[in-house]
Design a protein around this ligand. Structure first.
Ligand SMILES: *Cc1c(COP(=O)(O)O)cnc(C)c1O
Ligand SMILES: [Zn+2]
Length: 468
């Protein structure tokens, strides 16, 4: 394949390179993670970001017009690993950056300072489509027939639809943990025809198994240890910049689970800076759920840092050994970020280093409260996504972020992914149980339960605060 794109070990003492056609998910020499790297000097790179502007509204049916329609491949010069006619796209990444003063006012931001990036508007309803189009493209270039992933839900939904839509279609194989998946997401994997294996164990156990199975059976692995996923997700940042008329914001706030998204944002800005396409870099805030706070613990409590790639791996090993010993299992209502051993940990340290980042944790209560705020004053999001807004509120209270800075919160998934969480918040009713118990009264400050009204005109008018 082309020698202008390659895989490269992120360990500064190794930096071994490999062909992009080689199916490896760690450096064979030192076991570190791999990046997709480019020989930018031999590639056509635009001189300014506004180069991409006219592609927003290209017309026609050419290969290039189809790529322009995608919010990922519109920026194809910035992820140039695939011949254009080999790219598998379903129109992902046509998402919205909304300036939202009403949400901003609720959490203490000044007007015109808070932006919400709605990645739930992707075809499968989450930001995962940005990365999946890139990973399925390389799988298709390699002629793979079967692709697999472990998933808390959205990765499987996204992989399943892309596997179907590639030409020829591939078999999607999904590993889900027991009882840890929102029905909106599970329904997608089933409906798109993925072979779905429910493993007795949590997400981390599923990921361990899928890596073994993929390796032994020659199935292509689509989790975010696959560096091509992260290439596609860089485009979320390109679109944020486009939404801000190519001005760099002060902060990017994003929920952290397996840390692929936050890592890809770091890589996007490292490259944009290196290419001279931006002159300053936003700061990064990664928000964990308190019930799955590995990054928060390591970065903020144990001061684990990138250190030019020579980070203290013993700190990570120590924490994981303690988790094993106490049989620790992560637990949060935000199932998409219920992950205790984030695979992209080294890469997010690099992102936090380059973007002068911070990490915070938020409770399930804060997550649900801020989800309801985004629902009431915005277009809604799933629980994990609201961790970004809840995290922003904490950082405002701590005066780490000032109310007049320009902040972009990434809303990673669509509101309808997890309607049970929403109904439970507003009504107190747990829809997940086979026989729901009587509703416990909702306690959230934004709770908006339906009113019970007799089938009677006067009573209905009275319920609306009127008389007939
Ligand atoms: C996957 C996912 C996340 C976590 O992203 P990572 O890249 O794993 O950190 C957050 N929110 C939603 C909705 C997701 O689907
Ligand atoms: Zn290496």
């Amino acid at each position: 394949m082309s020698d202008k794109a390659f895989q490269i070990c992120i360990n500064p003492d190794c930096r071994a390179t490999f062909d992009i056609g080689q199916v490896i998910f760690a450096c064979p020499k030192c076991q570190s993670m791999l990046d997709v790297g480019y020989d930018w000097d031999r590639l056509p790179v635009p001189h300014r970001m506004s180069f991409f502007e006219p592609r927003w509204c290209t017309k026609g049916h050419s290969v290039e017009a189809r790529l322009d329609f995608s919010g990922v491949w519109r920026f194809r010069e910035l992820l140039p690993f695939a011949p254009y006619d080999k790219i598998v796209t379903i129109g992902e990444g046509r998402t919205l950056l909304e300036e939202n003063d009403r949400v901003g006012a609720q959490i203490g931001m000044k007007p015109k300072r808070l932006y919400l990036q709605y990645e739930g508007l992707n075809p499968s309803g989450s930001f995962k489509d940005n990365g999946m189009t890139a990973a399925i493209t390389i799988a298709s270039m390699l002629g793979r027939k079967r692709v697999a992933c472990a998933s808390t839900g959205n990765t499987s939904a996204s992989m399943a639809v892309f596997a179907n839509k590639s030409d020829p279609p591939m078999q999607g194989i999904v590993f889900i943990g027991s009882g840890k998946i929102a029905y909106g997401k599970l329904s997608q994997a089933l409906d798109y025809g993925a072979t779905t294996l429910q493993i007795e164990g949590d997400f981390d156990a599923c990921l361990r198994r899928v890596r073994q199975i993929a390796d032994k059976l020659g199935i292509y692995l689509m989790n975010s240890v696959n560096p091509f996923r992260l290439e596609g997700q860089k485009a979320i940042m390109y679109r944020v910049l486009q939404g801000l008329d190519w001005e760099v914001p002060d902060w990017i706030v994003v929920p952290g689970g397996n840390l692929g998204n936050s890592s890809s944002f770091g890589k996007a800005f490292i490259e944009l800076h290196q290419l001279g396409l931006i002159d300053r870099v936003p700061r990064l805030a990664v928000i964990n759920a308190a019930g799955a706070n590995t990054l928060y613990h390591l970065y903020e409590k144990e001061s684990l840092r990138w250190q030019g790639g020579r980070f203290d791996a013993a700190k990570i090993g120590g924490l994981y050994a303690a988790m094993d010993e106490s049989h620790y299992l992560p637990h949060t209502v935000a199932s998409a970020i219920e992950i205790a051993r984030p695979v992209n940990l080294p890469k997010v340290l690099r992102a936090l280093d380059f973007m002068n980042g911070v990490v915070r944790e938020v409770t399930d209560e804060e997550i649900l409260e801020h989800k309801a705020i985004v629902g009431h004053y915005g277009f809604g999001c799933e629980p994990a996504s609201a961790a970004s807004v809840a995290g922003l509120r904490r950082l405002l209270a701590e005066q780490v972020i000032s109310p007049d800075e320009r902040v972009v919160c990434i809303l990673t998934g669509h509101e309808l992914k997890d309607p049970d969480a929403t109904v439970k918040y507003h009504t107190g009713l747990d829809m997940k149980l086979a026989v729901p118990p009587p509703a416990t009264p909702p306690t959230g400050v934004m709770a908006n339960p339906p009113k019970k009204v007799p089938d009677d005109l006067d009573a209905i008018a009275a319920a609306l605060g009127e008389r007939i």
